[in-house]
Design a protein. Structure first.
Length: 78
């Protein structure tokens, strides 16, 4: 699977924190730095493309869960 550098960084960050909700601010600061802190729109675009590459069925959440207004969480597979 081909991931862009940003998608790869997001995947790594989420996978290191499986089960934890990572806020928009936390994700943007860790990926882009403080200058992108309020750019939630760009984060949403990258998360959408990452999901399309990871999720086989786009109708149901398999790996990345959205917490509206808060951030994202990688679901622990059992």
């Amino acid at each position: 699977m081909h991931l862009t550098p940003i998608e790869y960084k997001l995947l790594c960050l989420l996978s290191k924190n499986v089960g934890k909700v990572l806020t928009h601010t936390y994700l943007t600061q860790n990926i882009w730095g403080h200058s992108w802190e309020n750019d939630v729109a760009s984060l949403r675009v990258f998360m959408a493309t990452l999901r399309k590459k990871l999720e086989k069925n786009t109708d149901s959440v398999q790996y990345i869960q959205t917490h509206v207004g808060v951030g994202y969480r990688m679901i622990k597979e059992e």
